[in-house]
Write a protein that binds this ligand. Structure first.
Ligand SMILES: Nc1ncnc2c1ncn2[C@@H]1O[C@H](COP(=O)(O)OP(=O)(O)O)[C@@H](O)[C@H]1O
Ligand SMILES: CC(C)(COP(=O)(O)O)[C@@H](O)C(=O)NCCC(=O)O
Ligand SMILES: [K+]
Length: 279
């Protein structure tokens, strides 16, 4: 079995992948807000022959985790943001400072669709761009839905936006605090994504395929106007591409990769931007 770990600022996600059949056998998440207890809730390591890790937690947490895993698992691979990988050139002035979850997402997106806009809706919402030739432009970082809500300190942090709610309903002015907050932050997040996507495609003269991942991907998806795919395993896809272990992975296959819809034409994107400027 292969254990894939995606340690984020809010949740540490794991999945167990069968190295022979490529099937995902189990998955889970550990709430890791303030501190991550290495090893907690992680499946039985006896069956694990390799671990792949993407972590944006504090360095000490990662070190502790790796030390603990190394005692029981022979192969431990830790992803790092590098100046170049898999045909993608990191756009950061200091490539190592790009969040490794963003780098994994960008690599996975490029492997799947060529140039892409990779959006990760977690503690933060990150929006990264890779051009068809593999140039990563850098990206945008916006507070995530939960962070925005918490920062208001209005006691609404634990009332989540209903993932089934129509984005039209979320456009209406709220008539109680919880709705005003939920509708407000939702609009802040999706408006930012829609606008940023259009601006960058316009600047670069290319319509890019869009993919969304992260804990809030499903709800954010309802407000993203352009064609896009939701890809819960996008960060894991970057780990598979960076450290291919199975036959399928060596052939470039990432499990759970979605079909990515064709982007709308650049003319349409530009018309949309021009229209919003007139208002
Ligand atoms: N069941 C859930 N538990 C925790 N957070 C959830 C859940 N469902 C959706 N979320 C949202 O997902 C976010 C965490 O997403 P995730 O992509 O795992 O973040 P990170 O990578 O920053 O840890 C939370 O901030 C919250 O807004
Ligand atoms: C921006 C992030 C906090 C997002 O992390 P997440 O919301 O997935 O927990 C993370 O990618 C990070 O710590 N990045 C380093 C700074 C940067 O990417 O510029
Ligand atoms: K994120």
């Amino acid at each position: 079995m292969i254990l894939d770990l995606d340690i984020g600022n809010t949740l540490s996600k794991w999945r167990l992948k069968d190295a022979d059949s490529s099937e995902i056998r189990s998955r889970g998440a550990v709430w890791t807000r303030e501190e991550w207890r290495p090893g907690a809730d992680i499946p039985d390591l006896d069956v694990v022959e390799a671990v792949r890790i993407s972590s944006v937690a504090r360095a000490a947490v990662l070190e502790e985790t790796v030390a603990l895993l190394r005692r029981q698992v022979r192969q431990v691979y830790v992803a790092r943001s590098t100046p170049e990988a898999l045909g993608v050139v990191n756009g950061y002035e200091e490539p190592g400072r790009l969040g490794v979850d963003r780098w994994m997402g960008a690599l996975a997106g490029y492997q799947l669709a060529g140039g892409c806009c990779a959006v990760d809706c977690g503690s933060a919402i990150t929006i990264d761009f890779v051009l068809p030739g593999g140039v990563h432009l850098g990206g945008f970082i916006v507070p995530g839905l939960r962070l925005m809500k918490e920062s208001l300190k209005l006691g609404t942090r634990n009332v989540a936006i209903d993932p089934e709610s129509e984005s039209d309903a979320l456009l209406e002015p709220g008539r109680r605090t919880v709705d005003a907050v939920n509708h407000g932050i939702y609009m802040a997040a999706v408006s930012a994504i829609n606008r940023i996507y259009s601006e960058v495609c316009d600047q670069q003269g290319v319509a890019l395929p869009v993919m969304l991942t992260g804990g809030d991907a499903r709800v954010v998806s309802r407000g993203v106007q352009v064609p896009h795919a939701v890809w819960p395993d996008m960060v894991y896809g970057g780990l598979e591409a960076s450290f291919p272990l199975t036959f399928a992975e060596r052939a470039g296959k990432m499990s759970g990769a979605p079909r990515v819809p064709e982007p709308v034409s650049l003319e349409k994107i530009r018309a949309g931007l021009a229209f919003s400027m007139l208002l």
